[in-house]
Design a protein. Structure first.
Length: 375
């Protein structure tokens, strides 16, 4: 016998024959609540009530009650039990309301925060470049003494070239032109806006670090909160990342290079965004592929433990990565030797036309093997 759950009830079936059944009450909200539990992977009281020994189940969600097995349950029709299509429509509407009101998992916020961080960084880069060109007309030498946020802070707080030089304790003669008060005020306001973006970037980084520590502590322990959050964002969520094989985790972020390899026959990529990790990008080029492969495997394990709410194994994974890196360094201490080109009697490779000359000298010209040219 097989236990089958439909949107209107639970049925115990034996060879396309309903042996026992429990119907849901004909109330859209009540039915939607039960279906929401089904979608979350929970067991219904009706399913436990109909469970018998040595039975099978039609849904892997009920594997605790029996072995899953596929069955075509289309012969169990709602209209035969008094449930109309209009009732099913109202149930689905209520189900949508219940599921949209449920609390979201933490990785959803992490994905949005990472994408917001990318937008913020792009905006900061554009505004910083514009500020350098704009204020550079007044004090071009400042770019040699202050960068990024410090540059914007000096322009926003001091403004005038003389005040900036005093703040930096510098004495030099600038080749920049003078700015009117109204022009300088606009530039300072622009720089203040850029400074506020730097502050927002720091707040967003702190938020991502805090969320990552709560949602994916093992992933954070292996690659840090920033890189771990980007892996979750590239995968589309922690659940998706936990379902990926280690080789795919290794190449996340290198999709363009991978497609170029598959379509155009170019060299395959050895790593994706995990190249940003110091263990990978500080390694010699001939060791990076093996190190990235080892790290991809441990990241896949960390993601699965985090998604299924396992214990903290971040320190253990880091120790295993360190041992594997040490093995790779001992096994491949020197770069691989490139294959040497064939050195012919006249240098590397045959010269153009040499085969034809040799054929003429040996009497084997273009007219055929062994055929001599007549004079």
């Amino acid at each position: 016998m097989i236990l089958v759950t439909k949107w209107f009830g639970v049925f115990l079936v034996d060879r396309e024959k309903v042996v026992r059944h429990v119907l849901f009450e004909k109330e859209p909200v009540a039915i939607a609540a039960k279906l929401a539990k089904v979608q979350r992977g929970e067991l219904l009281p009706e399913e436990e009530k109909l469970a018998v020994k040595r039975m099978k189940v039609a849904d892997p969600r009920m594997s605790a009650l029996g072995r899953p097995e596929f069955i075509d349950s289309s012969f169990i029709r709602a209209e035969d039990y008094g449930y109309s299509a209009q009732l099913m429509q109202r149930v689905m509407v209520e189900l949508g309301k219940i599921r949209t009101r449920e609390p979201l998992p933490g990785d959803r916020f992490i994905v949005q925060a990472v994408r917001g961080m990318d937008d913020l960084i792009e905006m900061i880069n554009l505004m910083s470049e514009r500020l350098h060109e704009w204020y550079g007309m007044h004090f071009p030498e400042l770019a040699d003494y202050a960068r990024e946020e410090r540059y914007a802070e000096l322009v926003a707080q001091k403004g005038l070239r003389e005040d900036v030089l005093a703040a930096l304790d510098l004495q030099l003669e600038s080749v920049g032109s003078e700015l009117e008060e109204k022009d300088l005020a606009v530039v300072r306001g622009y720089a203040a806006s850029l400074t506020s973006l730097y502050d927002e970037k720091r707040r967003l980084e702190a938020y991502i670090a805090d969320r990552m520590q709560e949602t994916a502590p093992n992933l954070t322990a292996v690659v840090g909160p920033s890189l771990g959050a980007r892996l979750i964002s590239l995968a589309g969520g922690l659940r998706r990342l936990a379902s990926l094989p280690a080789g795919t985790v290794q190449l996340l972020g290198a999709e363009k290079a991978l497609f170029a390899h598959l379509r155009q026959g170019k060299r395959p990529p050895k790593h994706g965004i995990i190249f940003q990790h110091p263990t990978v990008h500080r390694a010699p080029y001939w060791q990076r592929g093996n190190i990235a492969r080892a790290m991809g495997g441990k990241l896949a394990i960390a993601a699965r433990v985090d998604y299924y709410k396992g214990g903290f194994i971040g320190d253990q994974l880091n120790d295993e990565i360190a041992r594997r890196v040490e093995e790779i360094q001992k096994k491949y201490p020197e770069p691989p030797k490139r294959p040497e080109r064939y050195q012919g009697p006249r240098g590397p490779g045959p010269r153009r036309g040499s085969g034809q000359r040799q054929g003429r000298e040996s009497g084997r010209g273009p007219r055929g093997k062994g055929e001599r040219r007549e004079r």
